[in-house]
Design a protein around this ligand. Structure first.
Ligand code: NAG
Ligand code: NAG
Ligand code: NAG
Ligand code: NAG
Ligand code: NAG
Ligand code: NAG
Ligand code: NAG
Ligand code: NAG
Ligand code: NAG
Length: 393
């Protein structure tokens, strides 16, 4: 007798269709080992308790009949399971964990609309998300190491955290998402990944690494930080973004030549722009008035303009291979008037421009020019956020 039968039979007392309307409740997790165990749950319209698919299960698992699962659905380390489905399931009040299912190619939940968490990892044969009706509510979505091509099937309006990483084939994401209360991360997926978030209005933290294109036309505010690292786009624009609650980091986007934040007035923590090799002009911050942390820009620019800036609480560092004398002529008076409160360093025609703390060499061959600050360089502006207070000293 399977472990499911042992655990669940007394509780359910299944005797066929008499129980078709019933709700079933088990105190602990019910473990199913084969297709028959799954079929035996069909009488439960509402199933309270978690369902685990035993390690080593090779059958296709069809959880038919269940409309609502008040618990988790978990399947881990089943190298031979190929399909999991649930023809009636509309809601999972728990997390759907699928992990280490190396042959799994079908996840078919045609009626699923709502799930608390989606946690998928190591599903190298899963190419599509079979949520035909579209999941429109989920608090946490974490999808890593799958073969999915898009997030079609997951179209949520709001989310706490969404973490999509190492999915080498995903090339398109287009979601109605309106807000992200905790964090959104897209990292190390297919480098051609095109992300469009037409309705996104506010978010807390957002990090994008190795993304091909990114559009967030409606984004108005960020309570946390925005980090753009190693992306492939030639231009980036946040046309409606007015404030950033923590840091803004734009680092190592090798093709970017135009960054545009036309309405941004305030960055509460650090502004860091570095290693964007093809960025020769920074004029996309016409309204930026205050930076609550460090202002740290280095690279190949010959022009850096932030005409509205009148407050920098932390260190100011501008280092460039290009001639930035005109830019420095704008910033020096801000330092003189103490509108820039931290240490000040502004210099062009350098061989090796770098972030704050870097001691660059001048192209004219003179000696090292002396560092802007003795602060050690931490892993990007986001990592420095906690140190903002130091800059005030
Ligand atoms: C978050 O977005 C959803 C969907 O767009 C919306 O209904 C909700 O009011 C938003 N919440 C906040 C706090 O903005
Ligand atoms: C930009 O924000 C304004 C209000 O702040 C809103 O009316 C407008 O629709 C937004 N634009 C986009 C493209 O969402
Ligand atoms: C983030 O900011 C938005 C808009 O300013 C606000 O509605 C929301 O409550 C904030 N969220 C958090 C988690 O602070
Ligand atoms: C944003 O992320 C950083 C780094 O993980 C964290 O320190 C910070 O608290 C987050 N911000 C918010 C508002 O949650
Ligand atoms: C650099 O930017 C210019 C536009 O300013 C563009 O024409 C060129 O293709 C870019 N080069 C690279 C290597 O991305
Ligand atoms: C940079 O991008 C902004 C916004 O997309 C656009 O208005 C502007 O014309 C672009 N600048 C250049 C030099 O291409
Ligand atoms: C920029 O690139 C240099 C050289 O690879 C590296 O040492 C430095 O840490 C990078 N800066 C940032 C902010 O990542
Ligand atoms: C400046 O451009 C050169 C040539 O494209 C590149 O090798 C170098 O890394 C760039 N420097 C910075 C700091 O972006
Ligand atoms: C930039 O300004 C400095 C000091 O004002 C001056 O010594 C230097 O020659 C200028 N460099 C260029 C390229 O104009």
């Amino acid at each position: 007798m399977s472990s499911f039968m042992k655990i669940a039979l007394p509780a359910l007392a299944l005797t066929g269709s008499v129980y078709a309307q019933s709700s079933c409740s088990v105190s602990a997790t019910t473990t199913i080992q084969n297709a028959g165990d799954a079929t035996a749950l069909a009488g439960c319209k509402t199933f309270s308790g978690s369902i685990a698919i035993a390690t080593g299960t090779t059958d296709d698992i069809a959880l038919n009949g269940i409309k609502k699962l008040d618990g988790n659905l978990v399947s881990s380390d089943n190298a031979n399971m190929k399909r999991i489905s649930a023809d009636s399931l509309e809601e999972i009040d728990g997390t759907m964990t699928l992990d280490g299912l190396t042959r799994l190619y079908a996840v078919e939940f045609p009626k699923l609309k709502k799930v608390q968490g989606i946690k998928w990892n190591a599903l190298p044969n899963l190419q599509t998300i079979g949520f035909t009706a579209e999941v429109t509510e989920a608090d946490k979505v974490n999808i890593q190491n799958t073969a999915i091509r898009s997030l079609k099937g997951i179209n949520i309006e709001q989310v706490d955290t969404i973490f999509i990483a190492n999915n080498g084939y995903i090339n398109e994401v287009n979601m109605q998402l309106g807000n992200v209360s905790d964090s959104m991360t897209f990292a190390d997926n297919n480098e051609a990944l095109k992300i469009t978030l037409p309705n996104l209005i506010w978010a807390t933290n957002m990090t994008f690494r190795f993304v091909g294109s990114l559009e967030m036309p409606s984004l108005e505010s960020l309570n946390g930080s925005l980090g753009l690292y190693n992306n492939g786009f030639e231009s980036f624009s946040a046309p409606n973004l007015t404030s950033i609650g923590e840091a803004l980091a734009i680092v190592a986007n090798e093709k970017v030549s135009n960054i545009s934040f036309p309405l941004l007035t305030k960055i509460n923590d650090n502004l860091q722009i570095a290693n964007n090799t093809n960025l020769s002009m920074i004029d996309g911050f016409p309204k930026l008035k205050s930076v609550g942390g460090a202002f740290d820009i280095s690279g190949n620019m010959s022009d850096v303009e932030t005409p509205s800036l009148d407050s920098v609480k932390g260190t100011f560092n501008l280092q460039s291979t290009g001639n930035v004398n005109e830019s420095c002529a704008f910033y020096q008076p801000l330092k003189d008037k103490k509108l820039i409160e931290g240490k000040f360093f502004c210099k062009g025609k350098l061989v090796d421009p770098g972030q704050q703390g870097n001691k660059p060499t001048s192209q004219s061959g003179s000696d090292k020019t002396g560092a802007a600050t003795s602060l050690s360089a931490v892993n990007g502006a986001l990592g420095l956020a906690a140190m903002a207070a130091v800059f005030l000293l």
